[in-house]
Structures are given as C-alpha cells and as structure tokens.
Design a protein around this ligand. Structure first.
Ligand SMILES: [Cu+2]
Length: 137
C-alpha cells in the first residue's frame, strides 16, 4: 500500500511538472499588415509572461506595438535591444495601454524580455517573462 501511495505521488508530481512546462508554451503571432501599411500587435505582460511571446513581423514595415500589463502590484517592463535592426526600447508596462513605434530594418531573431526583479530573487526573464521578436523578409 505504501508503495502504491508513493507511485501515485510520483505520478501527481510528474503531472504538475508537465502542466508547468506546458504553461510556458509558445504563443506565436504573425502580425498582419493593416491597409494603411502598419503592422499592429498587442502584447500583454504579466507574472511572468508575455502574450504573445513569439512575434513575427516584416522587415522595413512600420510596427506599432501596443503594450499593456495585467492588473496587480508587480511591475513589468518590455525590452528589446537590437539597435542594429532599428529596434531599441525599454518601456515600463502599465495597465493603461501604451504604443511603441519602430520599423525593423534587419531580419533576424531578437529577444524580448522583462528585467524586473525583486531583491535577490530571479529576474522576471528567468521566470519566463521572455520572448522572441522575429523579423522576416
Ligand atoms: Cu516582469
């Protein structure tokens, strides 16, 4: 009976672990170009995620990224450091939406991250608040 109980515990822990991994799954969006020639995308930030977390945009087409944070006390920001591709911002996220405008000039994959952290704890990026901005032809 003890052994069976142990097995059930192991199975439960494995399930919890797998659900945890699945919740960090990729939420991919290929951003459409609006009739006025702008690629518009909305990004929600929260503890500890970006949604979507994999954003595909076209090179040399303007992007308007509307950022917003889920309600709560935890501060978040959104950072992409790719000046070589015309993308370089570090913006605080608020529950009031804010629009970031840029035009990607070079194809490639660039990291999106939140670098907030509390004292000696892991950064939000290390907790999964990270994503990819992919610029394609
Ligand atoms: Cu954060």
């Amino acid at each position: 009976m003890r052994k069976l109980y142990g097995l059930i515990m192991v199975a439960l822990l494995a399930t919890v672990f797998l659900i945890g991994v699945a919740s960090g799954e990729e939420k991919r969006i290929v951003v459409p170009v609006d009739p006025d020639g702008v690629q518009r995308v909305e990004v929600l930030g929260g503890s500890y995620f970006f949604d979507p977390n994999y954003i595909v945009v076209k090179v040399n087409v303007p992007v308007e990224m509307k950022i917003k944070r889920e309600s709560g006390l935890v501060p978040h920001n959104i950072i992409v450091k790719a000046p070589e591709a015309g993308i370089d911002f570090n913006e605080g996220m608020s529950t009031d939406p804010k629009v970031i405008k840029f035009t990607p000039t070079k194809t490639g994959k660039y990291e999106i991250a939140c670098d907030k952290k509390l004292l000696f704890f892991e950064s939000h990026k290390d907790k999964g608040m990270v994503g990819t901005l992919e610029v394609v032809d």
